[in-house]
Structures are given as C-alpha cells and as structure tokens.
Write a protein that binds this ligand. Structure first.
Ligand SMILES: Cc1cc2nc3c(=O)[nH]c(=O)nc-3n(C[C@H](O)[C@H](O)[C@H](O)COP(=O)(O)O)c2cc1C
Length: 366
C-alpha cells in the first residue's frame, strides 16, 4: 500500500490527528524535532496572535515504542489549546447547560475566497462554522507533524530539505517584505506570496513515468495544491520554461569520476516524473488570505441581504508558515516515493536497498 497519510480534526475542536501507515519498523523519532517544525509553522511576520496562543506540541498515541516506530500505524495528535474557549461551541456531543464561550452563535456571513458559501450549500449547513472549521489551514499542523516524520525517514538516506520565502505580495527581500506586510496590515488587507522547497541528496529514479499517479511531479503538485491557499506549483523553472527554446531549457548530461551530472538544473531535479539526481526544486504560489479585517462584500445567509463578510482573528500573511508546510508536503511525497522504491519492513532493509541501488547506478550526491 505504500506510505499513506490520513488527517482529521477541526480548527477549534479538541485536536488534529495524523495517521501515517506504511512506515518501516525501527525508525527513531525525536519529539523535539517534530515540535520544532510545529513551532516553525507558527512563526512568521504577519501572523495573528492566535499562533502565540497555540504553541503546538505532538502527542503519539500508537505505532511508537520508546522512540522507535513499530511498523504499525503511527497516530500523531496535536491538541488545539484554544479548544478550552470553545468547549460549548465545538463540543463533539450535544452540549449541556447554557451556551458560553466562543462559537455559540451561527456564522452566516460567507467570506469570498473561503469554504464558507459553497460549503454550506454542498453539506446542507445552517452555520458556516461547520464548513470553515475543517477547511481552515489549522489543518496544516497535522501535515507538518507527519512531514517531520517523513523527514526523519529521509534523513536515514541522507536526504535533507530546506524551504524559504521567495516573495510576499509581489516584493522580494526581508526589508521590502516587512514593509509590504506592515502596509497591508495598516490597510486591514492581506497578502499572498511564493515559497520554495529544495531537497538535496535525492537519488535518481524516485517516482516513475509508468502511470500519471506514479509521476513525482504530479504527486508534488497534488500535495501542494491540496494545501489551503496554494493556487500554483512550479517544478524547476516551471512557467518560465514555456518562453525558452529547448537549447536553453534542458540540462545537458555530463560524466566524470563522480558519475553523471548536470551543470544546470532547469528541470528542478525531476524529468519524466522521476528524480534525476539533481536538487529537487519546487515552488508554490499562495493567494492572499480570504479573511480581511476590512471585510469584502457578501450576503448574509440569514436575511439574504447584502452584508460584510465574517471578520475573525486572522493573519495578514502566512507565507512563511506556508514554506514550512510546503517543506512537509514535499518531504512526505519524497518519503512516499522512497518507500515505493526501497520497501522493507525494517528500517535496516530500507536503508540497505537504497545503498545497493545507488551503488548499482554509481550515484553519489554532489
Ligand atoms: C499556513 C496557512 C495559514 C493560513 N491562515 C489563514 C488565515 O489566518 N486567515 C484566512 O482567512 N486564511 C488563511 N489561510 C488560507 C485559507 O485557509 C484558505 O484560503 C481557505 O481554506 C480556502 O481554500 P483555498 O484558498 O485553497 O481555496 C491560511 C493558509 C495557510 C496555508
């Protein structure tokens, strides 16, 4: 079946859950490393005070003993600390007593750009909250926890990932980005941007051209566009390749004592749905966040009259957070492709299969 991630959980419910199946036994996990990635997701200039409120931490319910995976389903839980203010409003069972705390009044003001309007129509809901709670990007905490596990697995193959912010609101460089975020906050507006993920040490041949589902570029795009607010993905030079001639678009092949190599990486390390041994480079474009402190025009679903959209505490920009989430998405897809290729019930078998393969193809990371 391969490596599979299933997530569950609402934004202000008791917790978020990630279940990872298909891990080998014997992989050592480090709670601090997972918590560090959860912390990184909550940082960034332009985030709302909610991030300070949450300070996420992972709990493990199944699949781990004394820090080592058992080869059984791994269940990761990230509690929503803010749930204590929503005990009535987000109670899984019919709540008792008088309504108190947050979430007790139905939301009827759908935000343009969010799940709100189509969500209530599709699921026959009276309260927009029933749609937004799951649609919200709080969900990405579960993705990041699972991504940290994927990174631990990739680390056993000496594969490392890094992520960065390329631009926010159309500008580049820290000072310009801070200025743009401050200006947007002043106007009670929001910003999107572009992030980049790079993976080093990835051997050639992860993914396959055999079927669409096997193509690594397809899997990366699926995982990234499947993330809240991501509207575009580029692998390597992506859209810019469309403007170039072939002679300037492809990475010529060379060979020396260290094996095959390329001198350029326009392909971003992926050709025909497979890694080619170069650094994997993927970019994701994020739209501006749909919750504006100066709300957009909408319709009140209770009165059917024109009204302003819901205003809820929200980020001005979450591009830095998206970089961490995108890193987790890419890590999980690379780990999934590595599990497909190297198999093994035990970590040692998985690592040995990788070693035998890179020896056969005479490949080493540069
Ligand atoms: C890390 C991250 C944080 C986000 N924070 C917010 C937020 O504070 N307010 C908001 O309105 N949208 C936020 N979003 C975006 C919405 O969740 C997203 O736009 C919405 O679910 C609709 O989905 P779509 O944009 O994919 O169409 C965030 C997205 C990400 C990836």
């Amino acid at each position: 079946m391969g490596l599979i991630l299933t997530t569950a959980g609402e934004s202000h419910g008791p917790a978020l859950v990630a279940v990872v199946t298909g891990l080998p036994a014997g992989l050592r996990l480090d709670k601090e490393a997972i918590d560090h990635d959860l912390w990184r997701r909550q940082q960034g200039y332009g985030r709302s005070p909610r991030q300070k409120l949450e300070s996420d931490e992972v709990e493990v319910l199944t699949g781990l003993r004394h820090g080592s995976t058992l080869g059984t389903p791994l269940t990761l839980v990230v509690r929503n600390r803010d749930h204590k203010n929503w005990l009535y409003g987000m109670s899984p069972w019919p709540p008792e007593g008088e309504p108190e705390g947050k979430g007790t009044k139905a939301v009827t003001l759908p935000r343009p750009g969010h799940a709100d309007l189509a969500g209530v129509m599709k699921y026959d809901l009276d309260d927009v909250r029933d749609a937004l709670e799951r649609a919200s990007a709080r969900h990405t905490a579960a993705i990041v926890a699972a991504g940290a596990v994927a990174k631990a697995l990739l680390g056993e193959l000496d594969i490392g990932l890094e992520s960065s912010v390329v631009e926010v609101g159309g500008v580049r460089g820290e000072a310009a980005i801070v200025e743009a975020i401050d200006a947007a906050r002043g106007d009670r507006d929001t910003l999107g941007g572009i992030v980049e993920v790079r993976a080093r040490g990835v051997p050639p041949g992860l993914g396959s051209y055999a079927t669409k589902e096997d193509r690594l570029d397809a899997r990366l795009a699926w995982a990234l566009v499947g993330t809240q607010a991501v509207k575009g993905v580029e692998v390597g030079d992506g859209f810019a390749l469309a403007e170039r001639r072939g002679s300037e678009a492809h990475d010529e092949i060379f060979r020396d004592a260290g094996g095959f190599h390329r001198e350029t990486n326009h392909a971003g390390g992926v050709e025909a749905g497979m890694t080619n041994g170069e650094v994997v480079v993927v970019r994701a474009a994020m739209k501006p966040l749909p919750t504006l402190m100066r709300p957009l025009r909408s319709i009140d679903l209770a009165s059917q009259e024109p009204a302003q959209a819901l205003v809820e505490r929200s980020d001005v920009s979450a591009v830095e957070a998206l970089a961490v989430v995108a890193e987790a998405c890419v890590a999980f897809e690379l780990a999934r492709a590595a599990r497909d290729k190297f198999g093994g019930d035990a970590l040692r078998d998985f690592v040995a299969a990788h070693r035998a393969y890179v020896e056969r193809i005479d490949w080493a990371p540069r």
